[in-house]
Design a protein around this ligand. Structure first.
Ligand SMILES: N[C@@H](CCC(=O)N[C@@H](CS)C(=O)NCC(=O)O)C(=O)O
Length: 218
């Protein structure tokens, strides 16, 4: 049995959850806040990041490591092509997007989503890196109609997790959606993904958790 730890509000959690659902794998969800100091949690995810999973006696952190493990353990339905190089091209898109787009945009999330404040220096640095990195990502991405080509792949799980948050954060902080400005129709892409039952479930669970958090804070 697989247990997924984290929160439905976390985009990386939802990346893993999407893959579990796409593969029709049975799993249970265990709420876990980020940055726990609990030794058991830190043994599984040393920086206290979410998500992490328990598979049998083993724990794993890092969303891409987790989804790669799920792909290897449960190859059907496949979320990467059978050819190793073609599979690596899918993973290249996911890695590029997370390292150079999501991870950079993340520096804005405190201000964009959690009432914090980013310094002017951070904002200028993020803006200039994203203005270089998003067009670079576009050199790899296909959107035909899925991000790596004609099939839904692990790269779509990464893009589903990364593009909306990067777009919304830049819109909130800069007043300009740098993802859309680079020519990515991420809303149209999300609409396409939204036809999938897996995505509908993830979206619904996230909405429910956001509403519950708002109600609890009110
Ligand atoms: N590279 C990690 C990123 C996970 C991550 O940063 N998760 C966020 C929540 S979306 C988190 O735990 N943040 C708390 C922190 O970084 O301290 C992955 O792919 O799993």
């Amino acid at each position: 049995m697989i247990t997924l730890y984290g929160s439905n509000i976390s985009n990386y959690y939802n990346k893993v959850k999407l893959v579990l659902l796409e593969k029709n794998l049975p799993f249970t969800e265990q709420p876990q806040r980020a940055r726990s100091k609990d030794e058991t949690v830190l043994a599984a995810t040393p920086l206290g990041k979410i998500p992490f999973v328990r598979i049998g006696e083993h724990t794993l952190c890092e969303s891409q490591v987790i989804v790669d493990c799920l792909e290897a353990m449960h190859p059907e339905p496949p979320l990467v092509p059978a050819d190793p190089l073609a599979a690596a091209k899918v993973r290249e898109i996911a890695a590029f997007l997370e390292l150079y787009v999501e991870w950079v945009a993340r520096e804005l999330y405190g201000e964009a989503f959690f009432g914090g404040k980013a310094s002017d220096e951070v904002k200028a640095s993020v803006r200039s890196r994203l203005q270089r990195n998003i067009p670079a990502f576009m050199r790899l991405a296909k959107f035909s109609p899925y991000v790596a080509g004609s099939e839904f792949t692990l790269a779509d799980a990464a893009a589903y997790s990364a593009l909306p948050t990067a777009a919304q954060a830049t819109k909130a902080v800069f007043g300009e959606d740098l993802v859309a400005a680079a020519g990515i129709d991420w809303k149209g892409y999300l609409k396409l993904l939204g036809q999938r039952p897996s995505v509908q479930r993830v979206n619904a669970d996230r909405k429910r958790e956001i509403e519950a958090a708002a109600a609890a804070g009110a």
